[in-house]
Design a protein around this ligand. Structure first.
Ligand code: LLP
Length: 471
């Protein structure tokens, strides 16, 4: 039995934070079109932020369409074609984005009925959709099968029964993958590591349940086993974890082929190895995103080699990046409100800069202790760097956007701050906590801008409520 492997943490380099560093845009953390103009103001998609803010207000998510699309293209080229890259829509999804993904020739991964419905509303080709979820309902499965999705990833024994019934009723044979936890514990926040034993996704490789599930699928009417899936975790910097997982899955693959009879091998048509997503991106200047081309080349080689060593035909390699496509394409703009100097217990002073958004538009620092960069966006800073915490306007002391930074002390009420790399898992995990409506998402590129998702209003929130006297 393969032991659970814990990969060591990847050390971070220290940040340097002088005034000059602060005024120099860390371009690898910002979208491709971001630059500082001659007046010292940040431009996104060729538009000064002051223009965006006067038109759309703050807080506002600004998405660089060119950046998003070029990341789709890079992924597709690296992994041998868009059909092998299933953009993980949980990172960021809208009808517009689903259309971009379709136009760039990528496939799509959905993880809920809602995501599937948005994809279908965008006319995303169903035969390029993979369906995930650890607790897919019968209506969700029905919608997926009826729509004609490419693959459903089986996550539990109950789901085999449910899907068989649904497929039987619709008279369809559905292609499926079986999700496996290969026992590779990557170094990332506990909540986004997904391949170790003690978590809810997939079937255990170590206990033999993954193998048993795959054999059950082969013997169950209404479905055809096309391959195996795993996702070791998210925001991963040590690409070894993906290779190790691939190797373990191919070990199971070989055992499965041994155990299946000739006829069943045909019925199974095993040919897909899906390694999920997880490629780390740079949130802060000291980080560097995983180089997609290098990771893809290594993985493709490793999969071919591992298959050859076991006398197998190399499977088709599919991947599901979300963050690495959407994350770097977006910047959140906030307006500075109150600025407060607070004496901390060790007698140093920390400056608290409050902005007009917070944990409702970015829950990641509170949930995963995620770190973000933050720049003064409407002008060049001239003050002395002081220990600063950038916080939101919510009624909670954990409402922190940037926990510990050195920022110039001339930042004041009315300034605009830019927090980059907010394209993945920020809008999608947003809430209207404290009845603060969600910000809009604005698309920029080539000197023009447009609203992708309008700002939520209190009237939108009120419209959900039944204010009548009777239930
Ligand atoms: N495939 C599967 C089966 C997944 O579960 C995920 C992410 C992905 C692909 C995409 O992973 P990515 O390439 O984006 O790392 N809310 C967390 C991340 C949760 C990820 C869940 N699954 C965060 O804000 O960091």
């Amino acid at each position: 039995m393969d032991p659970e492997v814990h990969l060591p943490p990847v050390p971070l380099r220290r940040r340097t934070e002088t005034l000059e560093d602060f005024n120099t845009l860390p371009s690898h953390v910002f979208p491709a079109s971001a630059r500082v103009n001659a007046d010292g103001e940040l431009e996104l998609g060729g538009i000064p932020v002051s223009g965006l803010v006067s038109r759309y207000g703050t807080p506002v998510f600004v998405m660089d369409e060119g950046d998003f699309r070029s990341r789709c293209r890079r992924m597709a080229a690296a992994f041998g074609g868009g059909g092998h890259v299933h953009y993980a829509s949980k990172a960021f999804l809208s009808v517009t984005v689903a259309r971009w993904v379709a136009e760039e020739g990528l496939a799509l991964d959905v993880a809920s009925q809602g995501e599937l419905e948005v994809a279908l509303a965008a006319d995303f080709p169903p035969d390029r959709i993979t369906v995930h979820g650890n607790n897919k309902s019968v209506p969700f499965l029905e919608l997926a099968v009826r729509a004609g999705v490419e693959l459903i990833v089986i996550d539990s024994a109950e789901e085999i029964v449910r899907l068989s019934r649904v497929a039987g009723e619709l008279g369809v044979t559905q292609d499926v993958l079986v999700r496996v936890k290969p026992g590779v514990h990557v170094d990332t926040h506990e909540f986004i590591a997904t391949s170790h034993e003690d978590q809810k996704f997939g079937f255990s490789l170590a206990s033999g349940s993954a193998g048993r599930a795959a054999l059950t699928v082969v013997d169950t009417p209404g479905m055809r086993l096309r391959g195996l899936h795993c996702h070791v975790g998210s925001q991963v910097f040590d690409a070894d974890g993906f290779g190790l997982a691939a190797d373990r899955l191919l070990g199971l693959w070989a055992r499965l082929l041994d155990e299946m009879g000739e006829g069943t091998v045909e019925a199974a048509a095993l040919d897909i190895l899906d390694l999920g997503g997880g490629y780390g991106i740079a949130y802060t200047p000291d980080q560097e995103e995983l180089d997609v081309e290098t990771v893809a080349a290594d993985l493709l080689r490793r999969v071919r080699q591992a298959a050859a060593e076991r006398g197998l035909d190399a499977p088709v390699l599919n991947v599901e990046p979300g963050r690495a496509i959407a994350g770097p394409s977006m910047v959140t703009l906030y307006t500075v409100g109150t600025v407060k100097d607070v004496h901390t217990s060790d007698d140093t002073v920390r400056r608290y800069i409050s902005v007009d958004g917070g944990m409702s538009d970015n829950i990641r620092p509170a949930l995963y202790q995620a770190e973000y960069d933050c720049r003064l966006a409407n002008r060049r800073a001239s003050g002395v760097p002081v220990p600063t915490r950038v916080v939101g306007s919510h009624c909670e002391s954990g409402d922190i956007l940037v926990n510990d930074a050195l920022m110039p002390d001339d930042i004041a009420d009315g300034d605009i701050l830019a927090v980059p790399a907010t394209g993945a898992y920020c809008y999608m995990m947003s809430s209207h906590y404290n009845m603060m409506p969600r910000p809009p998402v604005v698309v920029v590129g080539g000197g023009s801008s447009r609203v992708m998702i309008r700002r939520e209003t209190v009237a939108d929130i009120l419209s959900l409520e039944n204010t009548g006297d009777h239930a």
